[in-house]
Structures are given as structure tokens and as C-alpha cells.
Ligand binder design. Structure first.
Ligand code: ADP
Ligand code: MG
Length: 238
């Protein structure tokens, strides 16, 4: 059970504001997709939610708790990036166990949670391999395994499929959706791929130049785009 409230959040780098007072409420279990052109502030917003970037003003509230000043590790949020960032010298099992070990979980719990995550993501037969012995899609699944193993409150995905070829991208889309249907973890997913947004999202949030242009269901945005920018981005007829 986790809701996110983003309340008038701003971000400046060296006196230059790149996120201009964004507000957004995300419901428990919702799968929200953030889209918008390169440089519009998608990653910065995600990184502020994760605690990888400080917030210049405003609040990020998760389940009624203001998390602005909590360090990333105490936020109970998992983030998956486009570069898999797996530890090359560790097996899949150790990659997946790493964050639990850091958190000081007992060995029995770690083994159980890794096993459960590996079963969900079909990684059981790959647990003793190293990342170099995996395909791109398998590596991305391990990256997701590392995210779900801690049973986090929120998943944040930052263009997780953009390094994969077209065929694999289609397959991973449905795997991520299946995962979401199974776990119902509240998710914010960044992509610049319209098809991904239209097919995966409960709600799409269109950003442009540090602001939200429009938020709505894929159908809302397609049928009633609030601006030419949204219409062009979604590819709707108006
Ligand atoms: P997106 O993910 O939508 O492509 P970003 O959030 O990465 O956009 O970037 C938004 C804006 O903030 C861009 O103009 C980018 O150059 C700037 N920016 C991002 N990170 C930094 C940083 N660490 N220092 C300075 N400027 C940054
Ligand atoms: Mg980005």
C-alpha cells in the first residue's frame, strides 16, 4: 500500500531551474508513465523521488510521510535504470542479495527472498551465472530482480528498455506489466517511447520543459489532448 504525493516540487542546478513546481498525486498500485522530450526533467523528477537528487523546494510525500530529507536507503524505493549497473564480478544470486546484505538481513531471509524473486522473474536457472554470461534481456531481468527482492514500496523505472533491441523491448514490456499485475507495486516509469506509454500506462503524464502539460489515461490524452504539444507527442489526430 503506497501512495505518492509530489507537491510543488522544484529543482535548480546552479541557479538554473529545470523542474518548475510539479505537482502530481499517484494512487496506490497505479502504473504511471512519464513521457516528454529529452531534457524536460523526467529523470530529475524520478531522482528526487528516489533521493538521488536533493529537492530545491516542495515536498515528496509517500504514505503521508514527507521523505524529502530521508537518505535513499531509508526510502524503501527501488529504481531500475537503462544501464543495468549489475556488479560484473558477482553472480546473479549475489547481485540480487546485495542490497539485503547491506541492510543486514539474516541469511535465511536473504536466501528466501532471492529465491522468491528469482521464481517470479524466471531467473532460478541463472542464479550462479555472472552478468557477462547473460543476454541483454536476462540482465535487465536481474536488474528488476534486484529491485523487487526488497519488496519496496515503490518502483521507479528510468527508460529501462532503451538499450534493448525492438523484439526484446516488446517482450520486456509485457513482462514488466505482468510483474505489476502480480505485485501491484506503485510504479513511476519514464520512457520517451509513445507505444510503451500508450500500451503500459494506467495514466500518462506528459512533461515539457520542466512542467506537466497534461496527465490522464491513454484514452484521455488521445481523445482530448490539452495542447498541440500533447497531440503531437501522443500522435493523436487533432
Ligand atoms: P530528461 O530525463 O527528461 O531527459 P533530465 O531530468 O535528465 O531530463 O534533465 C533536465 C534538465 O536538467 C536538462 O537541461 C539537464 O541538462 C539538466 N540537468 C540534469 N542533471 C543535471 C546536473 N546534475 N547538473 C546540471 N544540470 C543538470
Ligand atoms: Mg532522462
Amino acid at each position: 500500500m503506497s501512495t505518492i504525493r509530489i507537491d510543488n516540487v522544484r529543482k535548480s542546478f546552479g541557479g538554473f531551474e529545470v523542474v518548475h513546481g510539479v505537482s502530481l498525486d499517484i494512487a496506490d498500485g497505479e502504473f504511471v508513465i512519464l513521457v516528454g522530450p529529452s531534457g524536460c526533467g523526467k529523470s530529475t523528477l524520478l531522482r528526487m523521488i528516489a533521493g538521488l537528487e536533493s529537492i530545491s523546494s516542495g515536498n515528496v510525500v509517500v504514505d503521508d510521510l514527507v521523505i524529502n530529507r530521508l537518505p535513499p536507503r531509508e526510502r524503501d524505493i527501488a529504481m531500475v535504470f537503462q544501464s543495468y549497473a549489475l556488479y560484473p564480478h558477482m553472480t546473479v544470486r549475489r547481485n540480487m542479495a546485495f542490497s539485503l546484505k547491506l541492510a543486514g538481513a539474516p541469511k535465511g531471509d536473504i536466501d528466501r527472498q532471492v529465491q522468491a524473486a528469482a521464481e517470479i522473474l524466471d531467473l532460478v536457472s541463472l542464479l550462479e551465472r555472472k552478468p557477462a554470461q547473460l543476454s541483454g534481456g536476462q540482465r535487465q531481468r536481474v536488474a528488476m530482480g534486484r529491485a523487487i527482492v526488497r519488496n519496496p514500496k515503490l518502483f521507479l523505472f528510468d527508460e529501462p528498455l532503451s538499450n534493448l533491441d525492438a523484439k526484446l523491448r516488446v517482450q520486456m514490456r509485457s513482462e514488466i506489466k505482468e510483474l505489476h499485475q502480480r505485485l501491484r507495486t506503485t510504479t513511476v516509469y519514464v520512457t520517451h517511447d509513445q507505444v510503451e506509454a500508450m500500451t503500459m500506462a494506467d495514466r500518462i503524464v506528459v512533461m515539457n520543459a520542466g512542467r506537466i502539460e497534461q496527465a490522464g489515461t491513454p484514452m484521455d490524452l488521445y481523445e482530448k489532448p490539452a495542447s498541440l504539444f500533447v497531440a503531437a507527442f501522443i500522435g493523436s489526430p487533432s
